[in-house]
Design a protein around this ligand. Structure first.
Ligand SMILES: C[S@@+](CC[C@H](N)C(=O)[O-])C[C@H]1O[C@@H](n2cnc3c(N)ncnc32)[C@H](O)[C@@H]1O
Length: 205
């Protein structure tokens, strides 16, 4: 299957699929950021908002960006039902296309992005997101590893990558903390085991 993962693809996908009943944060996000002190976070490609909501519940001030208005509407609803008012106010929902939207440089203590395959070359996108990390802050990139059987039929060139390929876009101002292939069980894929690429790096202060 060849896919063009542009804005209309994602909006159509959300409109033709029911909202998640109980969006849960990604296991790679929770494992990798659990010990970080909350600050300003950017969730790039936030989807229905599970990660942004989890971060806000833990004290992060979150800018959550997605290209799909339907995803953002669902994310706002999820935040309103899962968070108290003060926590919900910690999230700014932004409709923008990550292939052209440039986040402010060196602004965020955490930039996180998961399974975005945004229609542009991963290295280019993740270099731009890395530029938004403040000194001492963290970058977390989670994506589909080339070994992932579930997403293997997606032949678009930007879907799969290894953590090492993303680490290669970072210069000596970064310390790589995690660069791994990991598995997770996905209930939304019938309990299948999915293979993720996980990169966490810290910009040196
Ligand atoms: C597979 S979903 C993952 C959502 C969420 N990060 C998660 O882990 O559940 C990919 C998300 O990235 C968003 N996305 C894809 N391309 C994008 C782009 N160019 N700009 C902004 N968001 C984009 C989609 O709308 C979708 O919500």
């Amino acid at each position: 299957m060849t896919e063009e993962f542009d804005a209309s693809y994602w909006e159509h996908r959300y409109r033709t699929h029911p909202a998640s009943r109980q969006p849960l944060p990604g296991p790679q996000l929770t494992a990798e950021t659990d010990a970080l002190a909350p600050g300003r976070a950017l969730d790039a490609g936030c989807g229905e908002g599970a990660d942004a909501v989890w971060l806000a519940s833990r004290g992060w001030r979150v800018t959550a960006v997605d290209v799909s208005p339907t995803a953002l509407e669902r994310a706002r609803e999820h935040a309103a039902s899962a968070l108290d008012e003060a926590q919900a106010h910690r999230i700014d929902w932004v409709e923008a296309d990550l292939t052209s939207w440039a986040p402010p440089e060196r602004r965020f203590d955490l930039v996180t992005t998961a399974y975005v395959h945004a229609g542009s070359a991963p290295a280019e996108l993740y270099a731009r997101l890395a530029a938004a990390v403040a000194p001492g802050g963290s970058l977390l990139v989670v994506g589909h590893h080339p070994a992932d059987e579930h997403t293997a039929p997606l032949s678009a060139e930007h879907v799969h990558f290894t953590a090492g390929e993303i680490a290669a876009v970072l210069d000596t101002a970064w310390e790589v903390v995690t660069a791994e292939e990991r598995t997770r069980r996905s209930d939304s894929h019938g309990g299948a085991t999915l293979h993720d690429a996980v990169l966490r790096a810290r910009r040196l202060p």
